[in-house]
Ligand binder design. Structure first.
Ligand SMILES: NC(=O)C1=CN([C@@H]2O[C@H](COP(=O)(O)OP(=O)(O)OC[C@H]3O[C@@H](n4cnc5c(N)ncnc54)[C@H](OP(=O)(O)O)[C@@H]3O)[C@@H](O)[C@H]2O)C=CC1
Ligand SMILES: CC(=O)C(=O)O
Ligand SMILES: [Mg+2]
Length: 624
């Protein structure tokens, strides 16, 4: 049996094919051949290759430094530098990963503009992937607002200006009939999760077309940083069917298709083709997270695909889950069950309806009837209160569940005065719509009013944290979709929590991926909500937050994943067998390692050499 070598280029997919030369009986690969194979296949782990095993150290010379998966910068040891043929290509100094992180932190703090901080991080990810993810995961509070909301919104708006290197796939309507072929161009073979947008409703910024790519990229960065899902398993995708944003159509820097959005059957057929192509390329269990689609498509696609694909809509379901998590935690302050509240929403779109539907489910779990639960929820959209007799109608879909037998109302402040809700939720992208008058009314009618201003980015929040505390005498329980700095009011410092689906989707995705779950039932989002709520400490509540600190979000993700895993096996949704007994240990065994690994060749004994049984040697024989 010939000794085997190992390709250890960083993570976990199996190298599926290899050139004829590789399979030659001599088992001797030239360095150039190995480099070519490894680059072509973009593998990152220990791969068996028809009897030969190659190590990451086989990617020699400057190419090793140029591969962000392998590059460790000055953290390569002398031995590694010599073995890899990179000795002399870097200065003499050796640094630990910790020292490198410190330099990253200093570098970021030197940039004044958030967009420049974002660009620094993009560059770091392109240069040294482990350092990038370790940096974010170890300082989520500082880094999340850069890679995610609010800065990612700005990055999308400036996408045409800042676009540099591929970090996801653009599948355009011109690729009709060839979507599978486009997917095949993505160099990774072991994709387990896709975040896809068509760019029509990017945060609260509207239609940004192909510039929406920043969103799937940012969401998937959080998959790794907050839930330890290996980056090579994550694929960001923009579906480019054009844009209805006239400014972009006229912008010479716009990078997408320069025509109005294709809609109707042509669009639907294209999305069907996309879904089928994903399954054909990566398998039935590939998680497809819909993100920032326009309202009119988001609900349709969720209903259409939820039972036939492994999919969820983050804006509808992830947002619902994080909002319900906050409400579950609020019970410990108000002493009220969720069903003892009255809710008013500004907005009746993906986020608002998603929340309302899950709140109803939570109320039902408390023993409330379906209609009784819906009666406690009042929604207000562009045309005013969802009232059955309103002249505009527009009460289709789930809006119908919440339409009231009530006079037509166009003034939200009036609704708040009349209905006297205990919970006020904004998901309208109407920045500043919670006026001081509205906030003061909430304070007048409630000892501890709950106020969620969930719209993103910061400029679209229905009110600021400062305004919320100031207009409620510091009595409100406040959360926002994008972060606000702590607020000093009445001799107290409030640190409100971030009611953002980032608490939910990474953990849900982790649980779904490790179990190979086929479908994602609504229950999973209640399980996730409870897991987050359980993580809220008295200290968090005392500081004014209904959420655990962002620094604890990784623990939340793990707990959500454990909950999802238990549920998936209980309900027969999992496809990974045997069922692990210790679910947490099982999940942890799948996590990405943020620390550098050795780049030295690994010598494997394959198959493990069995020691020859020791034969007793008798003195008699010796003598003989
Ligand atoms: N914190 C979080 O985790 C999340 C936050 N969001 C944020 O929520 C916001 C809305 O997102 P989403 O629900 O997906 O978007 P949608 O487009 O689906 O919904 C927006 C809703 O707001 C209504 N609306 C818009 N302007 C006004 C206004 N001036 N007065 C009253 N109602 C108004 C719309 O009315 P109509 O129905 O008549 O069009 C619609 O019902 C965005 O800013 C988004 O960033 C979204 C997801 C997650
Ligand atoms: C957070 C999020 O998903 C949104 O604002 O769309
Ligand atoms: Mg979103």
């Amino acid at each position: 049996m010939l000794a085997r070598q190992v390709i250890a280029s960083g993570a976990s997919t199996a190298l599926k094919s290899i050139s004829a030369a590789t399979a030659s009986p001599k088992r001797s690969l030239s360095k150039a051949a190995i480099t070519a194979i490894v680059q072509q296949q973009q593998t990152r782990d220990y791969h068996e290759v028809t009897g030969d095993i190659i190590s990451p150290s086989m990617i020699q010379g400057i190419d090793h430094l140029r591969d962000p998966r392998l590059n460790k910068g000055l953290a390569f040891t002398l031995e590694e530098r010599q073995t890899l043929g990179i000795h002399g290509l870097q200065p003499a100094r050796f640094k630990s990963q910790e020292e490198q992180l410190e330099l990253c932190r200093i570098s970021i703090s030197r940039y004044q503009e958030d967009l420049n901080k974002y660009l620094y991080l993009v560059d770091l990810q392109d240069r040294n992937e482990k350092l990038f993810f370790k940096l974010i995961s170890e300082d989520v509070e500082k880094m999340m607002p850069i890679v995610y909301t609010p800065t990612v919104g700005l990055a999308c708006q400036k996408f045409g200006l800042i676009y540099r290197r591929p970090r996801g796939l653009f599948v355009t309507i011109n690729d009709r009939g060839y979507v599978y072929e486009v997917l095949r161009n993505w160099p990774e073979h072991d994709v387990r999760a896709i975040v896809v947008t068509d760019g029509e409703r990017i945060l609260g910024l509207g239609d940004l077309g192909a510039c929406g790519m920043g969103i799937p990229v940012g969401k998937l960065a959080l998959y790794t940083a907050l839930a330890g899902i290996p980056p090579h398993q994550c694929l960001p995708i923009v579906i480019d069917v054009g844009t209805n944003n006239q400014d972009l159509l006229e912008d010479p820097l716009y990078v997408g298709l320069r025509h109005k959005r294709v809609s109707g059957k042509e669009y639907d057929d294209f999305i069907d083709e996309f879904m089928e192509a994903v399954v054909k390329r990566y398998g039935q269990n590939t998680l497809i997270q819909f993100e920032d689609f326009g309202n009119h498509n988001a609900f349709r696609f969720l209903d259409k695909y939820r039972d036939t694909y492994c999919t969820f809509n983050d804006d509808i379901q992830g947002t619902a889950s994080v909002a319900v998590a906050g409400l579950l935690a609020s019970k410990r302050i108000t002493g009220k069950k969720i069903s003892e509240n009255t809710f008013c929403f500004l907005g009746a779109g993906e986020a608002a309806i998603g929340i309302a539907d899950l709140v109803v489910k939570a109320m039902q779990a408390e023993g409330c009837g379906l209609q009784e639960a819906r009666d406690k929820i009042w929604l207000f959209d562009i045309d005013g209160l969802l009232a059955k007799g309103r002249p505009e109608g527009r009460l289709g879909g789930h809006k119908a569940f919440y339409a009231k037998d009530h006079r037509v109302m166009k003034n939200f402040a009036e609704l708040i005065s009349e209905i006297k809700p205990s919970v006020l939720i904004g998901a309208s992208a109407a920045g500043g719509a919670f006026t001081p008058e509205i906030l003061q009314t909430m304070a007048k009618n409630n000892a501890r009013p709950i106020i969620f201003a969930l719209s993103n980015p910061t400029s679209k929040a229905e009110c600021t944290a400062q305004a919320a505390y100031e207009n409620t005498e510091g009595r409100c329980i406040f959360s926002s979709g994008s972060p606000f700095p702590p607020v000093k009011y009445g001799g107290k410092t409030f640190s409100p929590g971030q009611g953002n689906n980032a608490y939910i989707f990474p953990g849900v995705a982790l649980g779904v991926i490790v179990t190979g779950t086929h479908h994602i039932p609504e229950d999973i989002f209640l399980i996730a909500a409870q897991a987050v709520a359980d993580h809220v400490s008295q200290d968090d509540l005392d500081k004014g937050s209904l959420y655990p600190p962002l620094s604890a979000i990784r623990e939340c993700s793990l707990e959500i994943a454990v909950g999802v895993t238990k549920y998936a096996y209980e309900k027969g949704l999992a496809s990974t067998y045997p069922e692990p007994q210790d679910k947490l240990a099982y999940i942890k065994s799948h996590l990405y390692n943020f620390n550098y690994e050795s780049a030295m060749p690994v010598t494997w004994k394959w198959p493990p050499q069995q020691e020859a049984p020791k034969r007793p040697i008798t003195p008699t024989k010796l003598q003989a």
